[in-house]
Design a binder for this molecule. Structure first.
Ligand code: TYM
Length: 335
C-alpha cells in the first residue's frame, strides 16, 4: 500500500529560518517524512508578495533549501523542491481563484493584518490571492496532511473549502487535506516581545533566534530574553509569557516535559535557566548551521538536487492539473 501524502512549505523571506519555523514546522516534517510520502517546497512565488532584491531572493531560496536538508529533510526520501520550478502551481492557482469568493479571501486574518499595516495602495493583489496559491500547492499533490504552525491554520481551512467546492461543482478531483498542528509548539513567541509571534519579518532582531546565527549571538539573545520579576521558572502563559515561551522552546528542543524542566530549575534563578537554554540552543543549531553552510559552499550540487526533485514533483502536479483542465472544460491541445 502506498504511503499517505504530506505537503508543506516555507517562504524564503529571510537569510535564515527562525526558531518558530524550526519548532513549529521543520521538526514535525523531519519526524513525519518516514511514514509519509512527503513534499516540501521553498515557496518563492509566495515570497514575491513582499519587496525583494532579485539576487537576494535567489540566494534566500537556496539558503532555505539548504536549511531544510541541514535540519534533516532527506532529498532522497522526500521531494524537496522550489515552487517556481513547477509551473502547475501558478496555473492551478488561477483556476482556483475562479472558485474563491472575494469576501472569503478578504476574511483571511494574515491578509487583513498585512493590508492594514501597508495601506491599500501598497497592498498587492498577489497578497490578496496568496492563500489561493497556497491551496494550489497543497491540492496539486492530492495531499492528506499539512503540518504547519498555528498561523497557517486558516489558510489550510480555506484549502479544504476550495477542494470541497471544486469537487462538488465539477466531480471528485481533489483529496481534501487535514492540517496537522502540534498544539504545544504551534506558536513560538518573540524573545523581546513574548506576546507577539516570532517572525522572519519582525521589526527588531533581538527577539528572533535565527537558525544560522553565530552560536555566540544566539546564546546572547537567550540571556537577554524578556522574563518577569517573579523569579520562579514556572509555566504560566498568562502571567509569565516570557518564561513560558522559553520553557516551550527548551522542552521542544530537548524532547523533555515542561514539569521536569521546572523541577530541575526549582529554587534557581532565571540566569541559570537561561544559561541552560542557551546551551541547548547552541547544541541543537550549531550542527545545523555548519551543515547548511557546507551545502551552500557547493551551490551547483544543491541546484542539481533541487532540479531532480522538481522533476519528481512536476510529474505528480501535472497529472492533477490535467484532470482539472478537463473537468472545467478547457479544450485539450492535440499533440
Ligand atoms: P512561513 O514561511 O511564514 O512559515 C513556515 C512555517 O513555520 C511556521 N511558523 C511558526 N510556528 C510556530 N511559531 C512561530 N513563531 C512560527 N512562525 C512560523 C508556520 O506556521 C509555517 O508552518 N504560507 C506559508 C507557506 C506555504 C505553505 C504552503 C505551507 C506556502 N504554501 C503549503 C504549507 C503548505 C508561510 O508563509 O509559512
Amino acid at each position: 500500500m502506498s504511503k499517505p501524502r504530506l505537503y508543506s512549505g516555507m517562504q524564503p523571506s529571510a537569510d535564515s529560518l527562525q526558531v518558530g519555523n524550526y519548532i513549529g514546522a521543520l521538526m514535525q516534517w523531519r519526524d513525519l517524512q518516514e511514514a509519509y510520502d512527503a513534499f516540501f517546497s521553498v515557496v518563492d512565488l509566495h515570497a514575491l508578495t513582499q519587496p525583494n532584491d532579485p539576487a537576494e531572493l535567489r540566494e534566500k531560496t537556496r539558503r532555505t533549501a539548504a536549511q531544510y536538508i541541514a535540519a534533516g529533510i532527506e532529498p532522497a526520501k522526500s521531494t524537496l523542491y522550489v515552487q517556481s520550478h513547477v509551473a502547475a502551481h501558478a496555473e492551478l492557482a488561477w483556476i482556483l481563484s475562479t472558485v474563491t469568493g472575494f469576501g472569503e479571501a478578504g476574511r483571511m486574518t494574515q491578509f487583513k493584518d498585512k493590508s492594514q499595516r501597508y495601506g491599500s495602495d501598497a497592498t498587492s493583489v498577489g497578497l490578496f490571492t496568496y492563500p489561493v496559491l497556497m491551496a494550489a500547492d497543497i491540492l496539486l499533490y492530492q495531499t492528506d496532511i499539512v503540518p504547519v504552525g498555528d498561523d497557517q491554520k486558516q489558510h489550510v481551512e480555506l484549502t479544504r473549502d476550495l477542494a470541497e467546492r471544486f469537487n462538488s461543482r465539477y466531480g471528485d478531483t481533489f483529496r481534501v487535506p487535514m492540517p496537522v498542528i502540534q498544539q504545544d509548539t504551534a506558536r513560538i513567541y518573540d524573545l523581546q516581545n513574548p506576546t507577539a509571534k516570532m517572525s522572519k519579518s519582525a521589526e527588531s532582531d533581538a527577539g528572533v533566534l535565527w537558525l544560522l546565527d553565530d552560536p555566540a549571538v544566539s546564546a546572547k539573545k537567550v540571556m537577554r530574553a524578556v522574563t518577569d520579576s517573579d523569579g520562579t521558572v514556572r509555566y504560566d502563559r498568562e502571567a509569565k509569557p516570557g518564561v513560558s515561551n522559553l520553557l516551550v522552546i527548551y522542552a521542544a528542543l530537548t524532547g523533555r516535559q515542561i514539569p521536569a524542566i521546572e523541577d530541575e530549575y526549582a529554587g534557581r534563578g532565571y540566569g541559570d535557566f537561561k544559561k541552560g537554554l542557551a546551551e541547548v540552543v547552541v547544541n541543537e543549531f550549531g550542527p545545523v548551521r555548519e551543515r547548511a553552510l557546507e551545502l551552500l559552499d557547493d551551490p551547483a550540487e544543491l541546484d542539481r538536487v533541487l532540479a531532480a526533485n522538481a522533476a519528481k514533483a512536476e510529474d505528480v502536479a501535472n497529472r492533477t492539473l490535467g484532470a482539472v483542465y478537463d473537468k472545467v472544460g478547457l479544450l485539450r491541445r492535440t499533440r
